[in-house]
Design a binder for this molecule. Sequence first.
Ligand code: ZN
Ligand code: FE
Length: 265
Amino acid sequence: MTPTKERAAMSRLEIYQFEAFDDNYGFLIHDAEADVTAAIDTPDTPKILAALDKTGWRLSHILNTHHHFDHAGGNLELKEKFNCEIIGPTGEADRIPGIDIKVDEGDTVAFGTRSAKVFNVGGHTLGHIAYWFEDDGAAFVGDALFALGCGRLFEGTPAQMWGSLQKLRALPPSTKIYCAHEYTQSNAKFAVTVDPENDELLARAAEIDALRARGARTVPTTIEMEKATNPFLRPDEPSVQRAVHMVGADPVDVFAEVRRRKDHF
Ligand code: ZN
Ligand code: FE
């Protein structure tokens, strides 16, 4: 092996996932070669500090996805402690405590030897962003896309959210999706009501029940899995359209109807 190849093989993104609050996930990412560590969002500061302790990594960056308290609430305390650099969405900069660098659609975030492409995935909040580490096959999507679900539309429109989800759906199928909440079991209960003919979904719902019964995580998921089973990524599929009695309708309208039903489920 040439020295160049050896270096490339050693360099990869390490990801440490942990539970926070009732149903949030926190993530630390680490590039050993450059010795940099980022928290993806800042839920539950004590849990983040415990994760840093456990890994022995020193916090150098925070990558925020959106302004909600369970995503940016720990920013200032962590910045004070570690003097880390805070990167967050341009569209919500005034609501991201301590933000240093504003990023949005099309920007690239350098992280040690790794880098992330930024997508604007607004809808849950207007300026929500996602970070795609293309070379590492990982995307951190906050509350935009969940396993078998998507974020509630607190600020954006169905058209905006459907546009956002299409960007994520277009990622390579093997991409691991790190979403910020363990909502999968309740999402599955709803999903089967709007995609009842989807055998892969029915099988997955049963598997999720088994995983949760023993307290196992259902995150990360993959784009391939979500494309096959997540009704919010499938408003252009006949099976979903039939279930909501909207065969041939505009996918935006089908998406809006599926989202509306979930809000009242
Ligand atoms: Zn949120
Ligand atoms: Fe959240």
